[in-house]
Design a protein. Structure first.
Length: 117
C-alpha cells in the first residue's frame, strides 16, 4: 500500500510539472550579448564616440555558430524565450527523474541477487 501511495504522490508531482510545462511560452536556445563600440572621434579626440548599445543573438544551427543582430525590443523578447528554454530544460530534467521513480514504483523488476556471501 505504501508503494501505491508513493507512486500517487510522484504522479501528482509529475502532473504539476506537466502543467507548468504547458504554460511556457516561446522558446529559443542561445544567448544575447549587448555590444557597444568606442571609437576615437576625429573631430574631438579627447571625447571618444560611443556607438550602441546593439544586441546580438548567438545560437547553434547544424553545428555552426550563427549570430543575428536584434533591435532592443527583439532582444527583450528573445531574452524571455531563452529564459523559457532554460525553464523547459529544468522541468524536463525533473520530469525524467520522476518518470524513472514512477516506473520503478509501479512495475516489477528482475529479482536482485544477494551479493552478501
Amino acid at each position: 500500500m505504501e508503494d501505491q501511495d508513493d507512486a500517487r504522490q510522484l504522479k501528482k508531482r509529475y502532473e504539476r510539472l506537466a502543467a507548468r510545462l504547458a504554460k511556457i511560452g516561446p522558446i529559443v536556445q542561445g544567448s544575447i550579448t549587448e555590444r557597444t563600440i568606442t571609437k576615437e572621434d576625429p573631430k574631438d579626440p579627447e571625447h571618444p564616440k560611443t556607438i550602441g548599445p546593439y544586441y546580438q543573438w548567438t545560437f547553434k544551427r547544424s553545428a555552426k555558430t550563427v549570430t543575428v543582430n536584434l533591435s532592443a525590443s527583439q532582444a527583450k523578447a528573445f531574452h524571455k524565450a531563452i529564459d523559457n528554454n532554460r525553464m523547459l530544460e529544468t522541468l524536463l530534467t525533473q520530469m525524467r527523474e520522476l518518470s524513472r521513480q514512477i516506473l520503478e514504483a509501479t512495475t516489477k523488476g528482475v529479482r536482485k541477487r544477494n551479493t552478501n556471501k
